[in-house]
Design a protein around this ligand. Sequence first.
Ligand SMILES: Nc1ncnc2c1ncn2[C@@H]1O[C@H](COP(=O)(O)OP(=O)(O)OP(=O)(O)O)[C@@H](O)[C@H]1O
Length: 232
Amino acid sequence: MIEVRNLVKNIASSHRQNAQKNGIAIIDNLELLIEQGQSASVQGASGCGKTTLLHLLSGLDHPCAGTLIVAKHAIHNYDETRLDYFRRHTIGIVFQQFHLLESLNVEDNIAFTARLAGNLDPHHINNLMQQLGIADMRNQRVTKLSGGEQQRVAIARALAHKPRVVFADEPTGNLDEHTSSAVSELLFSTCRALNTTLLLVTHSNDVAALADDAYHMTSGQLTKITPSLQKS
Ligand SMILES: Nc1ncnc2c1ncn2[C@@H]1O[C@H](COP(=O)(O)OP(=O)(O)OP(=O)(O)O)[C@@H](O)[C@H]1O
C-alpha cells in the first residue's frame, strides 16, 4: 500500500524549515492512495515532477513536508539507516537510466538485490529471465547488451527479491512497441501474482492503461483520469 498526504517538495531546498519560504514547490500538497497489490500509472509533461515523486517514495530524496507511507513504513520519519533497510527489503526500483552494475553479468545483476535482501530464490529469478526473454544472456556482461535488453534486466532485478512495492520510471522507454507491450504486461502480471503494489511513470498511453488507476500530474498534484478498475 502507498499512502501520500500533503506532500510538498520544494526544488530550491530540501530542508523542512525552508520548505514554505524558498523556491518553487514542484510537488504541491500531493495526495495518493494505492491499495496493496494494486497498480497506478502517472503521466505528465516532461519536467512536471514524476521522477521526483518516485525518488521521494523510494526514500532517495527527502520531502519538505507531508506524510509518506509505503508498505506500512512511514518513511517521512526515517533516518538514512532505516531508509537503507527499507530500500533493500521493501521496494524494487526500475530507474530511467537502469543503474546496472557493469562488472557483473545478467544473472548476477538480477540476483544482486535479492542477495542484499537475503531473499534469493533462484527458481523465481530463472522464471523472470525466461519470461523477459533474457535467459540465454544470463552469463553475458550487461555492457554487451542493447538498451532494450538492459531495460529487461533492470525490470527483472526490481522484481527479484519479491518486493512489497515496485516503482518504475519509464520501464519500457527503450523498447520497441511489441516488446514494450510484452514487457509491461509481464511487469503488471508479476506484481499482481506477488501482491506487489506498482507505481509506474510512463509516456505511453497503452502502458498507462494497464494500471488499475491512471493519473495525470500537473501543478504538483495528481488527478485520476480513469475510474478504478476493481478486480473481482
Ligand atoms: N535536485 C534537483 N535540484 C533542482 N531541481 C531539480 C532537482 N531534481 C529535479 N529538479 C527539477 O524538478 C523538475 C522535475 O523534474 P523531474 O525529473 O521530476 O521531472 P519528470 O516529470 O520526471 O520529467 P521527465 O518526464 O522529463 O523525466 C525539473 O524542472 C527539474 O529540473
